[in-house]
Design a protein. Structure first.
Length: 366
């Protein structure tokens, strides 16, 4: 089993990061193979994945497989700093550059010089900082806040996001030129619910790790507990699984984790708009719309859906019956009958001059 873990650190005792990643599921193995091919290069990599999928672990693995493995790996959460401080944190500052700057300080780019800089949650960067970051990536030099002197740097940048940057670009929240500079290579981390083959290997790893930390002996999983873990949706991904196992070990008895020991959340997280792991295809969006309909009280859903589909197609076709019928694969007679029933067509009215398409006003005598 291929296993990645974060390096030991006292800070991890209270960290909310996912601390392990396995590659047992076929989707995970395909990701690992792709990762191993691109890691030795100097290309920038954009890692896309929901919160808790282990983006930092993957970034560290890329660094360890590269020629920079003996150089610094610096991880920075771009959403952890206020807009007024993020520039100084990334690029450094000189003494007196702002109130409280009592001495000069190197930024994260300088700290990572020769190695790898991992910019997590890159989508949270303010637009003015995105402009400066783009310049740093293009010129390979930084200028500290309060200075005019440029400092050459040699840094490989890995970035990660849990939002769809394409949508952020369309909304005017992210620069398109910066996106293409970062997205030389993209790696998408599939959410845990879509790679079920990783659930039990991760579970066993966390059982072993936390059992040792708690001073327990061997702990096993009942078959019912295994089935419950495999059948759960894991909205919090690996991070949630880790926390569930940690809690479960505190309450299980006789060295056996049983189904009733597992405390799984009933919270539902909507991912239709901004989750990279959601299916944004037409079929995926339609399926989520159906799911919401099924959860609402009332019946006659088949007729409601048919009416909504016909009405939408009619409007999309600019109220042309023939085009609507062709779009839906129906005959014009069936389409016309349904439109009349829905009140979209007026019956027994003389078609006015100029309406050559015979649209919303219908003369049945023709």
């Amino acid at each position: 089993m291929q296993l990645l873990t974060l390096p030991p650190s006292p800070a991890l005792a209270t960290s909310i990061r996912a601390t392990a990643q396995v590659f047992e599921d076929p989707k995970s193995r395909a990701l690992l193979a792709h990762l191993q091919r691109v890691a030795p290069s100097e290309a920038s990599v954009l890692i896309i994945g929901e919160t808790g999928t282990g983006k930092e672990l993957v970034a560290r693995h890329i660094h360890n497989l590269s020629g920079r493995r003996d150089k610094p790996f610096v991880a920075v959460n771009c959403g952890a700093f206020s807009e007024s401080l993020v520039e100084a944190e990334l690029f450094g500052h000189e003494k007196g550059a702002f109130t409280g700057a009592l001495s000069s300080k190197a930024g994260w780019f300088e700290e990572a010089n020769g190695g790898t800089l991992f910019l997590d949650e890159i989508g949270d960067l303010p637009m003015p900082i995105q402009v400066k970051l783009l310049r740093v990536l293009q010129e390979r030099e930084v200028v500290r806040l309060g200075s005019r002197k440029s400092i050459p740097i040699d840094v490989r940048v890995l970035a990660a996001t849990n939002v769809q940057l394409e949508k952020a670009i369309n909304a005017g929240h992210f620069r398109e030129d910066l996106y293409y500079r970062l997205d030389v290579v993209s790696l998408e981390l599939v959410p845990l619910r879509e790679r079920p083959g990783d659930i039990l290997p991760l579970t066993r790893h966390f059982i072993q790790a936390y059992s040792q930390r708690l001073g327990y002996g061997e702990v096993s999983l009942s078959s019912e507990a295994e089935a419950k873990l495999r059948g759960y949706g894991w909205p919090g991904n690996i991070r949630e699984l880790e926390n569930v196992i940690h809690h479960t070990l505190l309450i299980c008895r006789d060295g056996v984790i049983r189904q009733e020991d597992l405390r799984l959340s009933n919270m539902r997280i909507e991912r239709a708009d901004d989750s990279p792991g959601s299916d944004d295809s037409a079929e995926g969006l339609l399926e989520r719309a159906f799911q919401k309909l099924f959860e609402q009280p009332g019946g006659a859903l088949h007729e409601k859906v048919e009416d909504a589909l016909l009405r939408a197609a009619y409007r999309f076709s600019h109220y042309n019956q023939v085009h609507t019928a062709n779009l839906l694969g129906l005959s014009r007679n069936v389409t016309r009958t349904r439109l009349i029933k829905m009140g979209e067509l007026a019956v027994n009215r003389r078609q006015p001059a100029g309406n050559t398409q015979g649209e919303r006003v219908l003369n049945l005598s023709i």
